[in-house]
Design a binder for this molecule. Structure first.
Ligand code: XMP
Length: 319
């Protein structure tokens, strides 16, 4: 019968057979999928693997540091960390259309990735943490025949000219199975239990033009929200929770004064594969506590709303 230990052993043998003495590069995003793929491949071929972490400056608070610490220091995986935040934020200046944002980030990601891959001397194979739902959802979508709802930049994204064979050990797995595999590989719960995070990062959680200031603001809001969710013991019951920084300013009152600051939305959903999702039913006391902390602790945000849309008809991310 099928077991995760069996899958691990089979995949390791398969990776070794496919790669031989070749060299593999893997794009690491800090997310669950690429992390598990990297650790599995590292277990199979050790230092024949180099991971490239393209940091677009649109990650959650403290995340970049955590990626480096975990993979380089704890797992001893060869890791290139490229801080390309200036490049990405520069290219996103004034870009408001969600698909243009996604395509801009996707294109730059490939450019920077290629640059770093060349710098480490190239490779014969490219590893990706592609999952089964990614494979399906990028081909068509539940919303209708061959309609692209959103272009996922991390699926089959690299150009032909890189001429590398793909190593995709997670291609037949669903998210919950990837997590199980991660546990099987001894990976810390902080990484494998983490909520999914989109490749384009906070850029698609800032409707309208993205700036470094807005990204910094959103990181603060998001980290308060996640901290409260963890404290309440709700993190694992939720598929994905995050904040969105809205492109509106609203009037508020603080002490004796009037404020005219930005509004944000909180989102939390339950799901099994991200294809459909239900709103997480927080109790009001929780929501008002989070709202109170955000408005009091994050200067520049004076209003908090909760998104109560399920998928469909909404999508999980706002863009
Ligand atoms: P939507 O917003 O389409 O999201 O309901 C479904 C799931 O996919 C994630 N998502 C992405 N993941 N690259 C990714 O790796 C992307 O470009 C991307 N866009 C959305 C989203 O966070 C949710 O878990």
């Amino acid at each position: 019968s099928w077991t995760m230990a069996g899958f691990r052993a089979t995949e390791i043998a398969r990776i070794r057979a496919q790669v031989g003495s070749g060299r593999v590069i893997c794009g690491l995003s800090g997310g669950v999928d690429s992390s598990v793929a990297a650790v599995l491949i590292h277990e199979a071929i050790g230092d024949q693997l180099t991971c490239i972490f393209v940091d677009h400056g649109l990650l959650r608070q403290g995340e970049a540091e955590q990626v480096v610490e975990t993979f380089r220091d704890r797992f001893n995986i060869r890791l290139v960390h490229r801080d390309a935040s200036g490049l990405f934020l520069g290219a996103l200046e004034g870009v408001t259309d969600p698909e243009v944002k996604r395509k801009t980030i996707g294109r730059l990601f490939i450019e920077v990735f290629e640059e770093e891959a060349a710098r480490v001397g190239g490779a014969d194979f490219l590893a990706q943490g592609t999952l089964y739902p990614d494979v399906i959802e990028s081909v068509s979508f539940t919303g209708g025949p061959s309609v692209t709802i959103k272009s996922h930049h991390n699926v089959g994204g690299l150009p032909e000219r890189m001429r590398m064979q793909l190593v995709e050990p997670l291609r037949e797995l669903f998210k919950d199975e990837v997590r199980e595999l991660g546990r099987e590989l001894g990976m810390p719960e902080t990484i494998i239990g983490r909520h999914p995070f989109p490749g384009p990062g906070l850029a698609i959680r800032i409707p309208g033009a993205v700036t470094r200031e807005k990204a910094d603001l959103l990181r603060k809001v998001d980290s308060i929200y996640l901290e409260e969710i963890r404290t309440a013991g709700l993190y694992d019951a939720i598929w994905q929770a995050f904040a969105v920084l809205l492109p509106v300013r609203t009037v508020g009152v603080m002490g004796d004064g009037r404020t005219y600051d930005m509004a944000c939305a909180l989102r939390a959903v339950t799901s099994t594969d991200g294809m459909t999702a239900d709103v997480y039913p927080f109790d009001m006391a929780f929501l008002t506590r989070v709202a109170g902390r955000i408005v009091n602790e994050v200067r520049g945000v004076n209003r908090v709303t909760y998104d109560i849309t399920s998928k469909p008809p909404g999508t999980i991310e706002w863009e």
